[in-house]
Design a protein around this ligand. Structure first.
Ligand SMILES: [Zn+2]
Length: 447
């Protein structure tokens, strides 16, 4: 059955139709489609994972993006690369602060995937085979996608020295403006209790991040429960979940979260891997300002490194790179100690070299120092076609000798690859320093 696009759905509400800010070009242009549901990196991953379709269809299929092979031992040539990777890093401070959980609920997890991701052909079976083959080299018969996903993640984590940990993201459902759940407009749902449970089962490797819609009537109670259950932050994806960061309910929730020691991780900037994303007007980096002015600690996912957003500080509100708006906020002295950016996904092929260069140069400079946080956006590092090593080399950021080593490492462990790549990147003397990877200190609520 064809899906009702999310924009159409939310246009049932006059407030949503009016919108808090004007949508930018892509939102206006974007036609409804199955892909339009896919608001986030997690959803993008789901697209790649569970359909093999999407904007990159041909390329993705050609490159067999999930064809990471089950090779237990690292190649000898990778040893030197990994030595360099770890040099100067404190492993017990290394928390990958952007890691997605995905599942279809077949283990009783409560995880959910919209039928649009599985309709039209025998996608569940395809996904089952694909994920499990990729995950753990086990017999796919009778196994669970939920469990295979976690098993694979644990195995990859075990490629790291003890002490390194991953923050697993819950993923909230779409809600309407009155705080009601819109299940049929929810692409992906990963309940808080599931993320908490997976983290609790392997505490030496995992902690978890709650995802709670601020319009929910029980939002405050859910936040307190998440804190009791050990959540170390709250993740929002405004365009997918329909969250206006400037709404009084969002501001009050953000203040409450900060009061409990939980920063907000907020996706800003466009999602181009899945064109036609809905409510793009809600992921304008400048919307974060209202939270910052109330003292809320905010980590902007991906440093808003993708797409355009309206410059609401100017009367004509022209579309400018979303990253520039994020950078503007980062340069405001008042927001030091409150505003941070995660570097997950920023070196993917769909980002501009100018963004890569700016991040390398500014990570060590002035007001940005200590405010960029390592995250992998797992499982995206496993999608080979999404990170182009030749493109990074062409931009002058990657040595030729490292390219083949990284490519080989990626075959064995996409998470190690992601870390090693970020440690290899250089622009002159500028690189991502050890403090970018010492992320634990940002999550004070952790035990
Ligand atoms: Zn993500």
């Amino acid at each position: 059955m064809p899906n009702r696009p999310m924009t159409e759905a939310f246009q049932a509400s006059p407030r949503a139709r009016r919108g808090p800010g004007r949508a930018h070009g892509h939102a206006r242009r974007g036609g409804p489609s199955r892909r339009a549901f896919l608001g986030c990196c997690g959803a993008a991953a789901a697209a790649g994972l569970f359909t093999g379709l999407g904007g990159f269809a041909g390329e993705a299929r050609a490159a067999a993006p999930w064809a990471t092979e089950c090779r237990p031992a690292l190649p000898a040539a990778a040893a030197e690369l990994l030595q360099r990777t770890w040099l100067g890093l404190a492993v017990d401070q290394l928390w990958d602060m952007h890691c997605h959980l995905l599942g279809n609920g077949d283990s009783g997890s409560g995880c959910y995937l919209h039928p649009s991701l599985t309709s039209g052909f025998d996608i569940v079976e395809r996904a089952r085979r694909r994920v499990i083959l990729d995950a753990a080299c086990v017999d796919p018969e009778g196994a669970s996608i939920d469990e295979a996903y976690v098993r694979r993640l644990r195995e990859l984590a075990d490629g790291f020295p003890p002490g390194a940990r991953w923050l697993l993201f819950a993923f909230e459902q779409a809600h309407d403006d009155t705080g009601g759940v819109h299940r049929e407009r929810t692409t992906v749902h990963v309940p808080d209790r599931y993320a908490a449970g997976v983290a609790a089962a392997t505490p030496q490797r995992f902690a978890w991040v709650a995802s709670i819609h601020p319009y929910r009537p029980d939002a405050r109670a859910a936040l307190q429960q998440a804190r009791r259950d050990g959540a170390v932050a709250v993740k929002w994806l405004p365009s997918s979940m329909n969250i206006d960061l400037r709404d009084p309910r969002s501001l009050a929730f953000g203040e409450a979260a900060s009061g409990l020691g939980l920063p907000l991780i907020v996706h800003c900037g466009e999602e181009k891997a899945v064109p036609g994303a809905q409510r793009d007007d809600l992921v304008n980096p400048l919307h974060v300002r209202a939270l910052l002015e109330r003292g809320v600690r905010v980590i902007v996912a991906h440093c808003a490194s993708l797409g355009q957003a309206a410059d609401l500080d100017r009367p004509s509100a022209p579309d400018v790179p979303a990253f520039d708006l994020f950078a503007r906020l980062m340069d405001e002295r008042a927001f030091e100690g409150r505003l941070f950016g995660d570097i997950s996904a920023v070196f993917q092929r769909n980002r501009r070299p100018a963004v890569w260069q700016a991040l390398l140069e500014r990570s060590h400079e002035g007001r940005w120092q200590g405010r960029l946080l390592h995250g992998s956006d797992y499982p995206l590092p496993g999608l080979k076609w999404l990170t182009s090593l030749p493109r990074l080399r062409a931009a002058g950021l990657l040595a030729e000798a490292d390219e083949s080593l990284l490519a080989e490492l990626r075959e064995h462990n996409p998470l190690l690859f992601d870390l090693a790549l970020k440690r290899c990147l250089r622009r002159g003397e500028a690189r991502l320093g050890p403090e970018v990877f010492a992320t634990r200190r940002h999550f004070g609520a952790a035990a």
